[in-house]
Design a protein around this ligand. Structure first.
Ligand code: HDD
Length: 753
């Protein structure tokens, strides 16, 4: 509109239309700094440290800010056009022969609109269909050039833009976030030397050892083919039929039945590269490596009953959580830690590092911290970015290489292949979200939807007509596969150590706290009780006997069956493991920074509550980075006991108790009476208590606790550190105690009788 008013031709407005007026761009006259030089990196590093002050993504840190600007479209002030840029006069009425006459075939505007609409959907991912993404950056701490020449890891202070997508595995695109499932944790690094995708999960092992079995695994866990049920759930016969016949899955099943499978937030879960990878340095020396992402906020989970309820009240729970945190400037952060070990060390381990059903215990090879990942920008458009992003396990850069893990081998093939169907052809790398920031030059040509306009006549190599370009980078600059010796017979089979299916399943179970173990037993019981074929249940319990007779007993009791004889083991001689207890495997080992940042607290209000106390608690929470929301019998204004007005932005109906991390019950006799009479209050409090959350009852609201039958003490007889009672006299210290109790995430002692 400005351009038109100024009498400029329409296209002169193009930069504006494409987001060049983005508020995040540097002021006029200032240029965005290049990412490649070390000097620039350290300047940016300083800027990042102050980024939270502004709560804004910094220019230069996000691939999006620079490279995606050319495709951003902002239609503010623009007139409506067809896809050919023809201005549209009337977008409400189709072209008809007379006002009551038939619509005309000639109406190219109607037909273009409907035709495009008809083709708006693309096939969803066969696995990991439901996900959420965000932009951010990876910052290297010190640089580890002695181990790798990979651009993001070799120099201290180096900043590499990233796009990350989290996902569930089994559910369809529109399924719920809080299903019991593995979570994908896929990171695309836009490095100076091309894109590197670390396509991992929130669990460090996998169900199977060989990619040959992947289609079977996925067919088994997906909804059953005859009636397409159940959605986003492994609790059905075909899944348990398959895994009970596949003892190598036992270790992964322990993780899958643990609270890891129901994370509190994408921001509060670990990520793992799963496979053993290779790092290669400038000299061509190589070591083995496992990648670990550790969240700064700690690793926290939901409870099963909570997850089930959340999936009804807010199927977008994790998506919303990630989005809101980034919008609020509370940028999620993880530390990247590497387990680095030599091939010779690996030879001596009691397990095979090429087996994706095995971890390398942290007690055996500790983590070396190498950098941090920060997500600081939400996508502008879900489809263009989160849906069209294409991760590929084959995308590595110089300095990162594969090992002979047979699961990884299949992945190297599968990801590119699946994108060709999903994204409609071989040019998906040209989609803006997938395009590397490094330059792309090769002789690949044509195909569906080609964007690049290649100039010149030589599309082959070697050539003389194109001056020999693009030319091979050579061994010093180009990707060189690590020259691992390979002189063996061609065979279909697996190495001896792959046959040990239970040692690490036992390690995992025995490293859990009693509460965590109880949750695992409950999850097995729940899932197997959903199987309709008794033989499937029995076979699974028979397999568990090999991992833990105690667990097998608990599950069998829960199913009302005797413990069956153990399944025959593939390995006659039991393995002698290096580590028999690993605290690192328990969620309690990862409390995070101890802060309450981004935790959501419900402050119940009604007419006549003591408003000043509520306001003071809300302010105290905000000062700690937590969110206190006023929740009323309805939304809207409430009159406080002091005669002021407070505004509830949530109601007990639209935001039930289980959506919050903690609860504050107000003082004020009139308000407490109104809450007591309200149909939702009791369940709101009960859910909070049963899910182990912190509850603070101020003054008169102690009666609400009694009405909800909240026990005075823990089952052990001790005081419950998560149920606090406040009075006007001890108000200040109560707030402090409340924040400290909230920082503990949950109070599991309530569960153990
Ligand atoms: Fe996979 C997607 C992670 C084994 C084949 N996988 C996919 C995604 C993640 C993983 C996070 C979603 C990426 C995104 O957000 O777009 N997959 C894993 C991990 C595995 C694993 C950690 C084991 C260590 N996957 C695996 C095997 C195969 C595949 C063995 C096939 C042989 N995975 C695929 C796929 C998907 C995929 C079919 C579906 C959509 C896509 O790739 O882009 O190619």
């Amino acid at each position: 509109a400005q351009a038109l008013a100024a009498g400029m031709p329409f296209n002169a407005n193009k930069p504006l239309e494409h987001g060049m007026d983005n508020a995040l761009r540097p002021p006029a006259g200032q240029t965005v700094q290049p990412l490649s030089s070390a000097a620039t990196a350290s300047t940016l590093s300083e800027e990042i440290n102050s980024e939270k002050a502004g709560g804004m993504a910094m220019p230069g840190l996000n691939a999006t800010i620079e490279s995606l600007d050319r495709v951003r479209v902002d239609s503010g002030g623009q007139r409506l056009t067809t896809n050919q840029g023809v201005p549209i006069a009337d977008n409400q009425n189709s072209l008809k022969a007379g006002l009551r006459g038939p619509a005309l075939l000639e109406d190219f505007i109607l037909r273009e609109k409907i035709t495009h609409f008809d083709h708006e959907r693309i096939p969803e991912r066969i696995v990991h269909a439901r996900g959420s993404g965000a932009h951010g950056y990876f910052e290297c701490y010190e640089g580890i050039p002695q181990f790798t020449k990979a651009a993001p890891l070799r120099e201290g202070g180096k900043i590499t833009p990233v796009f990350v997508r989290f996902s569930t595995v089994a559910g369809e695109r529109g399924s719920k976030d809080t299903a019991r499932d593995v979570r994908g944790f896929a990171v695309k690094f836009y490095t100076d030397e091309g894109n590197w995708d670390l396509v991992g999960n929130n669990m460090p092992v996998f169900f199977i050892q060989d990619a040959m079995k992947f289609p079977d695994l996925v067919h088994a866990v997906k909804p059953e083919p005859h009636h397409q049920m159940p959605q986003a759930a492994s609790a059905h016969d075909t899944f348990w039929d398959f895994v009970s016949l596949m003892p190598e899955s036992t270790h992964m099943l322990m993780w899958h039945m643990s609270d890891r499978a129901i994370p509190r937030s994408y921001r509060m879960m670990q990520g793992f590269g799963v496979h053993t990878f290779r790092l290669v340095n400038e000299a061509g020396d190589s070591v083995f490596c496992k990648f670990h992402w550790s969240p700064v906020l700690g690793t926290h989970s939901l409870m099963w009953d909570e997850a089930v309820k959340i999936s009804g009240a807010d199927p977008d729970f994790h998506r919303r959580d990630l989005w809101e945190a980034i919008e609020a400037g509370e940028f999620p952060e993880w530390e990247l830690g590497l387990q680095i070990f030599t091939e010779e060390e690996a030879e001596a381990f009691s397990f095979d590092v090429l087996d994706a059903t095995k971890i390398v215990p942290e007690e055996l090879v500790p983590l070396t911290p190498v950098g941090r990942l920060v997500l600081n920008r939400n996508p502008d458009n879900f489809f263009a970015e989160t849906e069209q992003v294409a991760f590929c396990a084959a995308h590595v850069v110089p300095g990162i290489d594969f090992t002979n893990d047979p699961l990884l081998a299949g992945r190297i093939h599968s990801y590119v292949d699946t994108q060709i169907t999903r994204l409609g052809g071989p040019n998906f790398h040209e989609l803006p979200i997938n395009a590397p920031m490094a330059q792309v030059h090769n002789n690949q040509r044509d195909g569906m939807h080609r964007q690049a306009i290649h100039r010149g006549r030589a599309a082959y190599e070697p050539n003389s007509l194109g001056g020999g370009c693009p030319f091979q980078a050579g061994a010093s600059a180009g990707f060189m596969t690590f020259p691992q010796r390979a002189e063996q017979d061609k065979v279909r089979g697996k190495p001896e150590k792959f046959a040990d299916h239970y040692t690490q399943a036992t390690l995992f179970f025995e490293s859990q706290t009693p509460t965590e173990q109880a949750h695992i037993a409950a999850a097995f019981r729940f899932e197997l009780s959903k199987c309709t074929v008794p033989a499937v249940r029995e076979r699974m319990v028979a397999s568990l006997v090999n991992a833990s007779p105690l667990l097998a007993q608990q599950v069998a009791d829960g199913l009302g069956i005797p413990v069956p004889p153990a399944l025959p083991r593939a390995l006659a001689q039991p393995v002698n493991p290096e580590v028999t207890h690993s605290h690192a495997l328990s969620l309690t080992a990862r409390p995070g920074d101890g802060s309450v940042r981004t935790r959501k607290v419900a402050l119940l209000v009604a007419d006549g509550v003591q408003g000043e106390q509520i306001a003071a608690i809300q302010a105290a929470l905000l000062a700690e980075g937590a969110v206190g929301r006023l929740v009323g019998p309805r939304i809207g204004p409430f009159r406080t006991a002091e005669g002021e007005t407070m505004e509830a932005d949530a109601s007990m109906e639209n935001e039930p108790g289980f959506l919050f991390d903690a609860l504050v019950l107000p003082d004020g006799a009139e308000g407490v009476e109104l809450l007591s009479a309200h149909a939702y209050t009791e369940q709101f409090i009960k859910d909070q208590y049963q899910h182990g959350k912190t509850i603070l009852a101020l003054g008169a609201s102690a009666t609400l606790l009694a009405e909800a039958k909240i026990p005075e003490t823990l089952p052990s007889g001790d005081a419950d550190p998560g149920v606090l009672r406040g009075t006007a006299e001890n108000f200040e210290s109560t707030i402090e105690a409340f924040v400290a109790a909230l920082a503990r995430h949950r109070h599991p002692a309530r569960e153990i009788g």
